[in-house]
Design a protein around this ligand. Structure first.
Ligand code: MG
Length: 391
């Protein structure tokens, strides 16, 4: 290559917002950004939703042996346009320590960064690299997360939910997900009433998803609740059962009208295929920053399509993940929505500050199809300096 498009450098930046989130289910308190620079100085960015320091090491480390290599060493000098081939090579080069977990999470950040870089090199949005528009607009859903209950009462959690619903609808959202990760604060009977109340709060015309946060070990208890919610028109029941209880998911999905979903922590198409074949779920929810990047998310969507299932990607990180999910959904026929952690609905410094611009939600709850090159967002250098780890 003589046009300056070859990969010249690969960095992994660990960024951390102040605060201790151990009681909260907030994975946006830190991130690791992989930044790939070509010989002409153009840059692509991606992030992993996994332990930032560990991912950084997997990116920058020296080679241990042929099946256990640092990602950066494989990439430098290569043609970034060969995204799929590089994905396969990186997977093979990390087989010894990767394959499903952290190694694939690190590969995810690289793969998203390659889509960003190549899009910029070509002057095309990343969604075009994924096949081009499959919808006329982007459809995000807003996650309504009230934070861990702590000392709050159930009434206070409902009030917090109502407040967030109102704010989401005012922003324009037409699809929302109610988090009910309230543990022993609610009985199953109360939970039914709470979700019915949630439906009343948003009205009949807004799509309602529910995240149960791995509430049950017994699929029949989940069935008891979901069967009583059919008049609440829940679009998706997420994480009702433990993540790896695929047999339970299959039994549950076979018994309820509501779509059953999960796999937010899954890595690779192989794991997602098990969710379809053994788990029988209707909806897969892998994360671009964890499952293997946009390349893998597309493979997952293609396998899901063959099994009659949908993909609605998880996203709870910075604007980089929000952008990656947006491009994926825009280009994927069986992806009706993507999760959008909106900076005005959850107070996360990295989500708010790390990249710009923030795409504008239109009054009908949709986003315009992306047109800017690559992911369409850039790192804000002030934020990198503020939240970056030195040394
Ligand atoms: Mg979730």
């Amino acid at each position: 290559m003589t046009d300056g498009s070859a990969i010249a450098g690969v960095e992994a930046l660990v960024l951390r917002a102040p605060g201790d989130g151990t009681d909260e289910l907030d994975s946006s308190g830190e991130t690791v950004v992989v930044r790939i620079t070509d010989e002409a100085g153009r840059q692509g960015i991606g992030e992993a939703d996994a332990v930032a320091a560990a991912v950084r090491e997997l990116v920058v480390m020296g080679d241990v042996h042929a099946w256990s290599r640092g990602l950066a060493g494989v990439l430098v000098g290569r043609d970034p346009f060969a995204i799929r081939a590089l994905h396969a090579e990186l997977y093979a080069s990390t087989l010894y320590h990767g394959r499903r977990g952290l190694g694939v999470h690190a590969l995810s950040a690289v793969d998203v960064a390659l889509h960003d870089l190549v899009g910029k090199q070509l002057g095309r949005p990343a969604s075009d690299l994924l096949g081009g528009p499959a919808h006329t607009a982007g459809s995000p859903y807003a996650t309504i997360y009230q934070g861990a209950p702590g000392a709050r009462t159930l009434g206070q959690m409902i009030d917090a939910t109502a407040d967030l619903f109102a704010r989401a609808l005012a922003l324009g959202f037409r699809a929302v997900k109610m988090e009910v990760i309230w543990g022993e604060l609610v009985t199953d009977r109360q939970l039914v009433d709470c979700i019915r109340e949630g439906r009343k709060l948003i009205g009949d015309d807004v799509t309602l998803l529910v995240d149960f946060g791995y509430r049950w070990s017994d699929w029949r208890e989940a069935l008891w609740v979901l069967a009583r919610l059919e008049d609440a028109n829940v679009y998706l029941a997420e994480a009702a059962l433990r993540h790896d209880d695929l047999a339970g998911h299959r039994r549950l999905a076979g018994r309820v009208e509501t779509r059953v979903g999960g796999a937010e922590m899954a890595a690779t198409v192989h794991e997602c295929r098990e969710w379809l074949r053994e788990g029988g779920v209707d909806v897969l929810q892998p994360d671009a920053g964890r499952c293997g990047g946009l390349t893998e998310l597309r493979r997952i969507a293609e396998v899901a399509e063959l099994e009659g299932a949908l993909v609605i990607p998880h996203g709870w990180k910075t604007g980089i993940t929000a952008a990656a999910s947006r491009h994926f959904q825009a280009a994927t026929p069986n992806a009706p929505f993507f999760e959008l952690l909106h900076p005005e609905l959850f107070d996360s410094p990295l989500r708010r500050d790390l990249v710009a611009p923030e795409p504008e939600l239109r009054p009908d709850g949709t986003l315009a199809l992306p047109t800017a090159p690559g992911l369409g967002v850039e790192l804000v250098e002030d934020a990198v300096a503020r939240y970056g780890e030195t040394g």
